[in-house]
Ligand binder design. Structure first.
Ligand SMILES: Nc1ncnc2c1ncn2[C@@H]1O[C@H](COP(=O)(O)OP(=O)(O)O)[C@@H](O)[C@H]1O
Ligand SMILES: [Mg+2]
Length: 435
């Protein structure tokens, strides 16, 4: 076959495959009238995508009116049904007409489809039912059971982490005050809902991905560097679309990258020292998990699934041995698919849960994003290629970066925390001069 013919055949086969997929997902088997009358719906139905009927085994209902009335529409390529099979991440782009203007929003199902199926099975199993049980019934049953438990033991929070057992990372480092704080935030955000419904939503959410509850508890309106959270509808959440991922800023000017780096270091500090009694630990510092607002270049963390939340007060009260000694995070050597060894990001859940003083967030930012070596997106580090004319002004930068990435290899006599704080000062004054 000539190359040209082969191409035509290939294109034809690809089109046929796409058409088959569309017909299949368009419900051809369910709809015998398809051949005669109804056209195939090419776009995804957002209302259907939300799995609203699973509530209260869902993330909430606050945004349902906006979805049902069609004020929120899917935009870009994610609206096409065929992408349902490609878009494994379950992230959709949308446009929200809120009556005042149009906003770009992100719609997330918060987990892969198979993880959401596993969530249903978990809820059914905990109720002692088989896999295909009615999850909305079962989640109600579980909340009643947990509530009964806590009346037997007054003072114990209904959704205390230890009682729930395995779920998402928010259940690591269990603390009654932490659960109280999260449930309180969910109750305020979803005012008007029945208390038990809110508990069922919280339970469902923390079993799969705590992002919406963290966005409610640490809101952008109070200065937290996260997307604004608008609310959930069933198994979909609606958030502010922040902007392009940080990973796409690798070739921006040094000044822009320096500004992004400065914000990341300040974020690391804020997560440790903030007005709440909690420490937030970054455990997945991939550049894709951060996004940057267009025009202002403000950085926000957009994937909160793996944030660890630690109750600082509880740590102080529990008086662990050597509590004033700094726990130093370090990378480990690991194998890449058994082929070669490399340096890998690492953390100790025990240290983060038990030690009041750690340098972990600075490690995550310096080693995971700013310095060369560890990051997949930034092999040269975000702060690569200092311009010649700034080399003098920034002469201390490479040394401080190395020290912050790995204080035992660095040549300066500084802890990681000291190095990170000096980095903040150096970048701050560099950007001040560049204004
Ligand atoms: N609020 C948001 N604003 C802009 N982009 C986002 C937002 N949330 C997610 N994204 C983009 O979608 C990608 C996947 O979302 P994420 O929450 O990280 O899901 P996953 O658990 O699949 O990593 C992110 O890497 C980011 O590029
Ligand atoms: Mg992610």
């Amino acid at each position: 076959m000539k190359t040209r013919q082969r191409w035509i055949l290939l294109v034809f086969m690809a089109m046929a495959a796409i058409l088959l997929l569309l017909m299949w997902s368009g419900g051809i088997t369910k709809s015998p009238s398809f051949m005669t009358a109804s056209p195939i719906s090419l776009t995804l139905d957002l209302d259907q995508l939300s799995d609203r009927e699973k509530c209260p085994a869902c993330f909430g209902v606050k945004m349902c009116p906006q979805i049902v009335t069609g004020n929120i529409k899917l935009s870009d390529w994610t609206k096409y049904k065929v992408t349902r099979y490609v878009n494994q991440k379950n992230i959709f782009y949308g446009q929200w007409d809120d009556g005042i203007g149009q906003r770009k929003v992100i719609l997330k199902k918060l987990a892969h489809d198979h993880e959401l199926d596993a969530l249903d099975s978990t809820i059914c199993e905990r109720h002692g039912k088989n896999n295909n049980c009615d999850v909305s019934d079962s989640v109600r049953y579980l909340i009643d059971e947990y509530a009964h438990h806590s009346t037997l033991r007054p003072g114990e929070q209904i959704l205390h982490g230890e009682k729930i057992g395995n779920g998402s990372d928010i259940l690591l480092c269990p603390s009654i005050a932490k659960m109280d704080f999260l449930i309180d935030a969910a109750s305020k955000f979803n005012k008007g809902q029945h208390a038990k419904t809110i508990l069922a939503n919280v339970l469902t959410t923390i079993l799969v991905n705590p992002e919406p509850i963290l966005l409610e508890a640490f809101p952008s309106s109070k200065g937290w560097p996260f997307p604004t959270f608008y609310g959930a509808c069933g198994r979909i959440v609606v958030e502010e679309y922040v902007g392009r991922p940080l990973s796409s800023f690798v070739d921006e000017s040094f000044k822009v990258r320096a500004y992004l780096a400065l914000q990341l270091l300040k974020m690391a500090n804020l997560f440790y020292e903030n007005p709440t009694q909690f420490i937030l630990y970054i455990t997945d510092p991939q550049a894709d998990n951060f996004a940057v607002v267009e025009n202002t270049n403000i950085v926000k963390l957009v994937d909160l699934e793996n944030l660890m939340v630690v109750d600082k007060e509880l740590l102080i009260q529990s008086k662990v041995k050597d509590s004033d000694k700094l726990a130093v995070s370090e990378s480990v050597t690991c194998e890449d698919q058994g082929r070669y060894t490399k340096e890998c990001f690492s953390y100790s859940v025990d240290d983060l849960c038990d030690r009041p003083r750690t340098d972990h967030n600075y490690y995550a930012v310096c080693a995971g994003l700013l310095a060369p070596g560890l990051s997949y997106d930034f092999p040269q580090g975000l702060l690569h290629s200092i311009p010649d004319e700034d080399l003098n002004k920034l002469s201390s930068l490479p040394g401080l970066l190395t020290q912050c990435k790995n204080p035992t290899l660095g040549k300066l006599d500084l802890t990681r925390i000291e190095a990170a704080q000096q980095l903040i000062n150096v970048l701050d004054s560099y950007l001040e001069h560049k204004k």
